[in-house]
Design a protein. Structure first.
Length: 119
């Protein structure tokens, strides 16, 4: 099982970035898989940013609502996080997560991609 995240970088406040996460087809296509984006800023706990179910239902942290959009392309086994109106407080390492529910729940993680919002 692999999750490969990309798309991070340095952007000015008010700018945009799109993160991508390519997942193994074996987990991405399961109806019991929810794809998530987390982030972790220096000295802070990892926080859940956005989720999308296999059926396309989405949910967001209050701090990113309206500004961020999570989406998925099932043909490409890819989940995206479109981030607009970025703020310095969005600076963090962003992680892709696949939460698979079966007999027990299993979490798979990508390697993280750095997003830095600074002028």
């Amino acid at each position: 099982v692999q999750l490969q995240a990309s798309g991070g970088g340095l952007v000015q406040p008010g700018g945009s970035l799109r993160l991508s996460c390519v997942a193994s087809g074996s987990i991405f296509s399961k109806v019991t898989t929810t794809m998530r984006w987390y982030r972790q800023a220096p000295g802070k706990q990892r926080e859940l940013v956005a989720t999308i179910t296999s059926g396309g239902s989405t949910n967001y942290a209050d701090s990113v609502k309206v500004r961020f959009t999570i989406s998925r392309d099932n043909a490409k086994n890819t989940v995206y996080l479109q981030m607009n109106s970025l703020k310095p407080e969005d600076t963090a390492v962003y992680y892709c997560n696949a939460h698979v529910v079966g007999i027990r729940a299993v979490d798979y993680w990508g390697q993280g991609t750095q997003v830095t919002v600074s002028s």
